[in-house]
Design a protein around this ligand. Structure first.
Ligand SMILES: Cc1cc2nc3c(=O)[nH]c(=O)nc-3n(C[C@H](O)[C@H](O)[C@H](O)COP(=O)(O)OP(=O)(O)OC[C@H]3O[C@@H](n4cnc5c(N)ncnc54)[C@H](O)[C@@H]3O)c2cc1C
Length: 306
């Protein structure tokens, strides 16, 4: 029996057969519609299953990677070795008093809408962010003046040893589009948000306003990974790109959006290499013209194609 078959058999002892896929095409799970295959793609249905997979990964030295909604990731054309874990089956959302509790596979947009229904304010900023709760914590996602750090009370994670552990928000080092979640090797499984009671109409008005702003400014009709770059101190990435006359620049189907300069869209069957080449071209052009380093917000992972 080869090594891959052995790993597959071990995974089947831990996760239901229909939730273990081999050589899964990752582009089907990514907003950019880019990326190669995962050796194994699993969708656990309980925290215990996740814990057991982490223990297997430690014992047999098999790497694993978390994939949320794939809205802030570029995966290289050679794909990902080892196990990709996706928590789409763990997507419950409920409330307790003024808190909303969401499992990390739930969409943060759904948590935001749920809070509206419960007349709880604080998650309005997240009403158009297309990630999962887990991805939103990992990135400390934010928009229009709000961010996860403002409302997160605590999270449950599966730590690198496979233990289920409670982490207070302050322990996660949440900062501008970053956290210490990957440094610690944590898998976020659940988040508790502390919100404030408010009138339904007031919350709805804010959400409608943010949705209008987003739809009118962002190229949501094309695959993309949102804003590619972080805001450099003292500047706006989109403005620097616009002033470098880069809008419309196209490499192999990847294009700097004409609608929002901070977005790179997959306009016409781009590969990950096209996307990365365009990102590097934008960084170099802006550096040459304005002397400003554009740091990527989007994460690039995986192997190059042979
Ligand atoms: C059109 C568009 C608009 C966007 N607008 C915004 C915006 O306004 N504000 C903003 O902040 N972002 C925005 N984004 C980016 C993106 O939606 C956020 O960063 C989001 O939080 C990513 O969540 P995800 O589930 O898609 O994560 P993924 O892209 O799947 O993963 C991102 C990272 O999180 C890790 N991760 C995912 N789940 C877990 C978990 N459970 N435990 C541990 N690690 C995990 C992954 O390994 C990866 O490193 C936008 C993207 C698009 C495409």
């Amino acid at each position: 029996m080869n090594k891959k078959q052995k790993i597959y058999n071990k995974l089947l002892e831990l996760v239901k057969e229909e939730n273990v896929k081999v050589d899964e095409m990752l582009r089907d799970h990514l907003y950019t519609k880019l990326g190669g295959k995962a050796d194994f793609f699993i969708t656990p249905t309980s925290y215990e299953e996740i814990q057991n997979v982490v223990k297997l990964s430690n014992e047999d030295n098999i790497p694993f990677t978390l994939l949320g909604n794939g809205s802030n990731l570029i995966i290289k054309d050679g794909g990902i070795r080892g196990i990709v874990i996706n928590l789409k089956h763990l997507d419950a959302i409920y409330s307790e008093g003024n808190t909303v509790v969401a499992q990390s596979g739930a969409r943060i947009i759904d948590a935001s809408r749920y809070a509206l229904d419960k007349k709880l304010s604080g998650l309005e900023f997240a009403c158009g962010i297309p990630g999962t709760v887990g991805g939103a914590l990992y990135m400390n996602a934010g928009a229009y003046g709000g961010e996860i750090k403002d409302v997160l009370d605590y999270a449950y994670v599966v730590d690198k040893h496979g233990n289920l552990v409670k982490r207070l928000a302050a322990e996660l080092d949440l900062d501008y589009r970053t956290s210490n979640i990957s440094d610690n090797g944590d898998i976020v499984v659940e988040a508790t948000f502390q919100l404030k009671p408010a009138k339904y109409e007031d919350i709805k008005e804010v959400m409608d306003d943010l949705t209008f702003k987003r739809e009118s400014k962002q190229p949501l009709e094309y695959p993309s990974c949102g804003s590619v770059f972080k805001r450099p101190p003292g500047y706006f990435a989109g403005k620097l790109i616009q002033d470098s006359n880069l809008q419309g620049t196209n490499i192999g189907g990847a294009e700097v959006s004409k609608k929002h300069a901070g977005f790179i869209i997959n306009k016409d069957n781009a590969t990950t290499s096209d996307y990365i080449s365009l990102i590097e071209h934008v960084q170099k052009t802006v550096k040459d013209k304005f002397g400003v380093d554009l740091e990527r917000e989007v994460r690039i992972i995986g192997d190059d194609k042979d």
